[in-house]
Ligand binder design. Sequence first.
Ligand SMILES: C[S@@+](CC[C@H](N)C(=O)[O-])C[C@H]1O[C@@H](n2cnc3c(N)ncnc32)[C@H](O)[C@@H]1O
Length: 268
Amino acid sequence: MSTRVKGNRRSFSQLFRGDSSPESNNEAVEYDFPDASNKAVPSPFRFQIDHDNLLSELGAKYQPSKRHHNYLIYYWKHFRDIRLQVERVLEIGVQTDRCLKMWEEFFPNATIYGADIDPLCKAFEGDRRKVFIGDQGDHQFCRSLVSAAGGAFDIIIDDGSHLVEHQIKSFNWLFPALTDHGIYVMEDTGGAVGDVELKTISSLRKLVDNIMYWPEDYRPEDWGYLSEFDDAASWADHNIIGASFYRWIAFVMRGNNPGDNAFLHKKT
Ligand SMILES: C[S@@+](CC[C@H](N)C(=O)[O-])C[C@H]1O[C@@H](n2cnc3c(N)ncnc32)[C@H](O)[C@@H]1O
């Protein structure tokens, strides 16, 4: 628990300079589950996500491409509880009006912003749907999105070019453009789009070190009282509270690390 991860991290700029220095001395163990059997005991519940839900109904109605990739069950799992509160959604990659309209109906109080390199996508604006035309690999364009939308986004979905470089850059530029408990989703990571080395996922995996940040001199036995970090903590240490990885899709949660833990004990 008290392992310090700082100093072993490779920065965004190092990644793009091609720096191949060893990133970590921590040796990871690969589980081989020696006592596992191929016959699992059936659970008293179904696969964690109910398939008969509002989002799957809207997926059937609008037929966005993400329905055909079986992603909607994961979206339902992460979005069902915040559906009515969400005010601003950004999806990079528009292509048709299908997805924008699905989100428009699913988030009844939100404006749905699309961003696409194809100028024809401007035609899909209407009602609570707005579209910005530009390249997600362009820092200026990504920067301009927040001011163009008039505020930070509660949800950002990257379903754009699916190029590793774009996925990593857009995340680096746009994750801070989330509201303080926003969610960033990256679709089509890994083999789905030919990234067989899982470069994007390998970069996202490193966020676990931010989530688990531990101040150097903090006593491990006081873990239940840790409510703030020391000055050495990075922006990412303070602002990333969780990540969920599914097959070809990842969700990263912004929050107040470690203060969001509702069960923190108070020191008397
Ligand atoms: C998979 S489609 C989006 C599908 C849509 N989100 C849905 O669920 O129905 C990908 C879109 O990304 C757009 N795109 C490709 N490269 C891009 C880039 N560099 N910046 C922004 N959009 C890009 C394409 O024009 C295309 O419309």
